[in-house]
Design a protein around this ligand. Sequence first.
Ligand code: SF4
Length: 62
Amino acid sequence: MKVKVDPDLCIACGACISLAPDVYDWDADGKAQAIEEDVPSDQEEDALDALESCPTEAISQV
Ligand code: SF4
């Protein structure tokens, strides 16, 4: 699976990074980003938990 963060929707709450720190990290502008678009299979559950927890639905599966 692949995920991406829309920086225009991200409010930098940090939820995704707390839930899946191996999948999401801060970018240079202080918004969340996917560390790698291709999520390793053992990280998919955490990646999806974060996607569902994002308050602004900034994370999408691509
Ligand atoms: S959970 Fe959503 S709004 Fe919060 S930092 Fe992650 S992408 Fe941004």
